[in-house]
Write a protein that binds this ligand. Sequence first.
Ligand code: PD2
Ligand code: ZN
Length: 285
Amino acid sequence: MQQITPELRRWIVEQASAGVRPDDVLNAMRQAGWQEAVAVAAMESALSEHLAAKQAAAQAASTTGAVSAVPMLNLVGAPRRLDAGDRWVDVIASLQNPRVVVLGNLLSETECEALIESARPRLARSLTVQTQTGGEELNPDRTSSGMFFNRGETPEVAALEARIARLVNWPVQNGEGIQVLHYRPGAEYKPHYDYFDPDEPGTPTILRRGGQRVATLVMYLNEPMRGGGTTFPDVGLEVAPVRGHAVFFSYDRPHPATRTLHGGAPVIEGEKWVATKWLREREFV
Ligand code: PD2
Ligand code: ZN
């Protein structure tokens, strides 16, 4: 009786992956001198083993929460500026791992002022999503105050959302409403991840509204005199808060291996205003 060798198994999987029909694979094996029964048995075991391995890999990906695509700026060819539809946006710096891009001229001075003034009367002490329950809570690590705009709430907000969508190649519908945050001297946002911790009991409830967060854009609306940078402690990076600039970062799975730990450093002098846009895997409802 002929033996099914590892080489034969590999060859069978290669043929099947290349789209060769099972009958043609069998014929080729017969012509190469394999007995009919051995050829059939080899086909069945090689292909079922291959399928099981593929299913295990897919399962592993789904338990780590990995996503197949994330928002991305098109930096192919190292452009100095990017066409964001109604505005050219400057590329100031980028990092591959974690994926971080610093942008200039994303917002005009007038837009920054308008966002601050329309947010100001609606500010309340910032809450964070409570992953224990899916609700919201006061968080001592986050001493800013803030508010959310609804998506498309004003023509200015809608224009900014369309600009961001074009820039990062991600649908407007997948974005949460823009959040505006205000930090006074001493206020900070201690290092954290923006994705929802898959191990927390409230996370499945949060994910029903559009899946995981996969990217963040923090936009600077003014300039504190000192302090208030956005820090990435895993890589020792600090982005200075410059009016109209923004920092984009993405994460393809909800895991510290993405190195997207980041925080808002304490404001030392002056005040700090930012607008944050979080992007979800799917339509945010
Ligand atoms: O205000 C910031 O710099 C900052 C830092 C970290 C904002 C956020 N995270 C956020 O809104 O998630
Ligand atoms: Zn954050």
